[in-house]
Ligand binder design. Structure first.
Ligand code: ATP
Length: 238
């Protein structure tokens, strides 16, 4: 039913000046679902996540979250409603301590709640607790990715947007990041995962969408897309 959809995107357009980056994007996400966005570099995955979190304006179309129209809602107010993003390239604040980075993610929450959420993030990522007083810039790439995810979790997401969490990581760390995503999924989190690592993303997603030059060209179950000939040729190197 209508109530099952946490996110409903219909005919969404977004552009950078005259460059149209998203054309008539329609997609839906159910509560508790993991949805993968796959596509080549420049296909529009980042722009779409940014349009959902409100950092990038959507010029036209519909955007509904928990049944409410949020297309014109400011990004900070979307965070308060539970749309939290772990951005591409991690974007942690290097000079700030790991703990302060995490607290920034929880600034919308009452102090006591942020304190207990911090402990939960530390339980999930023990290395962040060990190093909590150190500048975030001293962390390895994989650890910074954990920090970016932890920071997003501090906002108590109802919908967590993960932009290329495996980007630039060594294979062992890529696996670690995907294990974190699996854990969050198992905990019932609703997730949108944008990834160039199409196989890993589709393998754990319930459903996926393929983006090409700002349009959705294919959608289906994660497994179904892995088995799709076009997807195999274009994105899985098969
Ligand atoms: P990536 O894997 O590099 O993040 P992507 O699929 O996320 O790729 P986007 O970064 O969303 O793709 O880019 C979509 C399109 O918008 C591309 O054609 C890109 O060149 C363009 N674009 C992205 N950011 C800007 C910007 N700030 N100004 C102008 N054009 C941009």
């Amino acid at each position: 039913s209508h109530q099952d959809w946490l996110l409903e995107v219909d005919a969404l357009d977004s552009s950078y000046g005259r460059i149209q980056a998203l054309s008539s994007i329609s997609l839906k996400v159910r509560r508790g679902e993991t949805v993968a966005l796959v596509g080549a570099n420049g296909a529009g995955k980042t722009t779409l996540l940014r349009a959902l979190s409100g950092v990038q304006p959507a010029r036209a179309g519909q955007l509904r979250f928990a049944g409410e129209d949020i297309r014109r809602l400011r990004a900070d107010l979307r965070v308060r409603r539970g749309i939290c993003q772990s951005p591409e390239g991690r974007q942690v604040f290097g000079p700030l301590s790991i703990e302060d980075n995490l607290r920034l993610g929880g600034y919308t929450q009452p102090r006591a709640q942020a304190d207990s959420d911090l402990e939960q993030v530390y339980a999930m990522f023990p290395v962040l607790k060990e190093k909590r007083r150190l500048p975030a810039g001293t962390l390895s790439g994989g650890q910074q990715q954990m920090l970016a995810i932890g920071r997003a979790l501090m906002g108590r997401p109802k919908l967590l947007l993960l932009d290329e969490p495996s980007m630039g990581l060594a294979p062992l760390l890529v696996e670690e990041v995907f294990n974190v995503v699996k854990t969050l999924k198992a905990q019932g989190m609703t997730l949108i995962l944008a990834e160039q690592n199409a196989f890993s993303a589709l393998a754990l997603a319930d459903r996926g969408y393929v983006l090409e030059t700002g349009r959705i060209t294919l959608s289906g179950g994660g497994r179904e897309l892995i088995d799709n000939e076009q997807v195999r040729a274009a994105y899985l190197g098969m």
